[in-house]
Design a binder for this molecule. Structure first.
Ligand SMILES: Nc1ncnc2c1ncn2[C@@H]1O[C@H](COP(=O)(O)OP(=O)(O)OP(=O)(O)O)[C@@H](O)[C@H]1O
Ligand SMILES: [Mg+2]
Length: 349
């Protein structure tokens, strides 16, 4: 819309300038009265535009929250159905949609009110020019023909002035969208890649954490002063209560986030000094939540290496099945029949 509105905006601006010039040639006083409505239109546009921009910003925020409800409900459809919460999710969507509907109605009211202000101002301007013009005709400084000409130009002058003002009001919708898009682009990266990062093909696997601290938001540290060293080839399990920061700790290794204090070394080099893609290539990750893309099992297994050969996929699948079978047996032996871990392992298997 910003692009669509640009050419009419320029055309209207040029028409206004031309009309004022011609009216000024016929009667300078009438030209002054005619352009006197411009400040009123300008002030009206300023007042309504900032209000409209905020209203459109709110509308977009409300609409995206309504769509998040849909997205959440669809992505957790089985949970919603399993707990019989379809009605509640529907009500949640209706509530969010109704709020955005009301916000749209409020914005339509504001646009309507602005149109009204423009209409009243241009009508008042026309009446003032007509009144003064008739006076000038009576006093003989302007002929009736000239007044008729001024009035016809005036109609053509106020049209573009009104559409200029309306255009700026309509542009607020696009500006509000642009603001949201730029706010997204302005988001700082979680991690900054070192342009002169060291390449790494195969790390030996020595991991050292030195006084590592991390917080998702400044006030609540998730990890405080964590220090340990893991030798290459060692298997390490991290235990802790739920929400204790295990996943966070692992995500620091792959630089999904950087520590807020301290440093992590891989083979004696700070993770920040490696090329990011090379660093992430050093890790095999099994996510806490299992995710399957809707493609073949083979392509899912080879997701991190699209060019993997058939026999590599097969051997990986075999290794995976063996590991899972072992794990399942150990879980089955250690957890009661209906425990969360027992059920989860069976589902995954
Ligand atoms: N993206 C995030 N933004 C803000 N806080 C987060 C984020 N991810 C995790 N947290 C918070 O950080 C803390 C540690 O979470 P983390 O997922 O690392 O715990 P965990 O030990 O892996 O738990 P679990 O055993 O449940 O997997 C929790 O309080 C969690 O609410
Ligand atoms: Mg976790």
């Amino acid at each position: 819309m910003a692009v669509d509105g640009f050419i009419p905006f320029v055309a209207s601006g040029l028409t206004v300038a031309g009309m004022i010039y011609i009216i000024a040639l016929l009667d300078s006083q009438l030209a002054v009265v005619a352009i006197a409505i411009s400040p009123v239109l300008y002030l009206g546009a300023r007042t309504f535009n900032s209000r409209l921009r905020n209203q459109w910003g709110d509308i977009m925020h409300l609409e995206s929250s309504a769509f998040s409800v849909v997205q959440e409900a669809l992505s957790a459809l089985r949970v919603v159905k399993a707990f019989g919460q379809e009605e509640r999710e529907q009500q949640r969507f209706v509530r969010h949609s109704s709020e955005s509907f009301s916000a749209r109605v409020r914005a339509a009211w504001s646009e309507g009110a602005f149109d009204l202000v423009i209409g009243i101002t241009t009508a008042a301007g026309t009446a003032a020019v007509l009144f003064l013009g008739i006076r000038h005709v009576q006093s003989g400084t302007l002929t009736l023909g000239e007044l008729m000409m001024v009035m016809s130009y005036l109609a053509q002058l106020f049209g573009p002035l009104a559409s200029l003002s309306e255009m700026t009001a309509r542009a607020q919708r696009s500006l509000a969208s642009a603001e949201r898009a730029f706010a997204l682009l302005d988001e700082t990266h979680d991690v900054v890649e070192n342009k002169n990062g060291v390449p790494i093909s195969r790390a030996s696997g020595a991991v050292t954490l030195q006084d590592v601290c991390f917080a998702y938001n400044g006030d609540n540290p998730v990890l405080s002063d964590i220090s340990f060293a893991i030798k290459p080839g060692t298997r390490v399990g991290i235990m802790g209560m739920t929400g204790g920061g295990k996943s966070t700790l692992v995500s620091l290794l792959t630089r999904f986030h950087d520590p807020t204090k301290g440093q992590i070394l891989l083979d004696g080099v700070n993770l920040r000094d490696y090329k990011l893609a090379d660093l992430r290539n050093q890790f095999g990750i099994v996510l806490q939540e299992s995710i399957l893309f809707s493609t073949s099992i083979g392509e899912n297994i080879a997701y991190a290496r699209p060019g993997a050969l058939q026999h590599e996929i097969m051997s990986s699948s075999l290794a995976c099945r063996t590991a899972m079978a072992r794990w399942w047996v150990s879980v089955e032996c250690n957890y009661p029949e209906d425990s969360a871990s027992g059920l989860r392992s069976r589902e995954l298997f």
